[in-house]
Design a protein around this ligand. Sequence first.
Ligand code: PMP
Length: 394
Amino acid sequence: MVRFAKRLDLLDGSDIGDLLRLIARPDIISFAGGLPAPELFPVEELKQAGIAVMEEMGTVACQYSSTEGLPALRQKIAERMEVKNNIHTSADQILITSGSQQGLDFAARVFIDKGDVILVESPSYLGAINAFKASEPTFIEVPTDDGGMIMEDLDKILATTENVKMVYVIPDFQNPTGRTWSLERRKKFMEIINKYEIPVIEDNPYGELRFEDEDMPALKSLDTKGLVVYLGTLSKIMVPGFRLGWVCAEDEILSKFNTMKQGADLQTSTLTQLQANKYLDLNDLDAHVNKIREVYKHRRDVMMAAMKEYFPEEAKFTYPVGGLFTWVELPSYINTKDMALQCLEKKVAYVPGGSFFPNGGKNNCFRMNYSCMSDEKIIEGVKALAEVIKANLK
Ligand code: PMP
């Protein structure tokens, strides 16, 4: 009889597993995924970049390379963070990872011993919750509202809780809610963090996908004590399949992430780093991101208009000013996991909200994604969903 580690009992992959099976069925209109739109991938440009790399430096591309990542790519990332996020950093403070997901995994391994406390927004990103669970933490959920994490609650929790080792946040177009923190909240957050000196993981995969209003400064740009570990990624602005993300942190913290990287996989693929770097040399990423933004903004508009028209007023939903998601809250007597099965009969899918709360207990919400679908499908799917919601109202 094979015996597995106890920590596996903590990992619940079932929702994600169900989800992937649903997305795979072609007859389902799935708002369940979080995938970038494939028709926007710059396949031809990446192909040319790949050919150029193999022709110009084929043996280098096929060889091992440094754990921290390709210097030229790290340099470009540092420059982009300066321009886009107002973060003053350098290539030395960047570690290339296999997607930002790997940065999340490392964060827990670097900061968390069994039983240590992680503060997260309530709700928070399921993939982070699952990555953190392997380190057997205690989660405390900090309440949120439309402006993001509620700072009075954060302050209270930090004042009264021992052993808080890390705070994990997604201030821009959050997964799953689509919400964005206001400037006041960001400043207040850093004030509180500076008081308690707790490391912060700022996860920002969607920050460049803003559809309207002013850019908000990254928490890292307001960090005066080197407490913020910033996670970035090329997944949503270029392609997710390359698995290219990065960690930006001050030297001592970054060196710990580097140690984890060595143990995990030595380095991120030399070839994909070189190919991405060449793509960035040959193409205008800003122009590409603008294109993505326009398409997603349009789909956001279509989904919001359809929800306004067809959803009953008991269904409250967020208005995302960027990113990929909106979050729906129904009356507390409706269980969205049960309702998902009724939706399947109508051939429409979403992600039930329960799994986004690490301590459970809130089952009347769900997440919807709008990035990946035609206008017609969005409208048809929202209509079907509205029928099911109405049938569940008392
Ligand atoms: N953080 C958040 C909030 C996400 O939504 C995702 C992917 N959906 C990730 C991290 C991981 O992205 P990647 O590993 O592709 O960079």
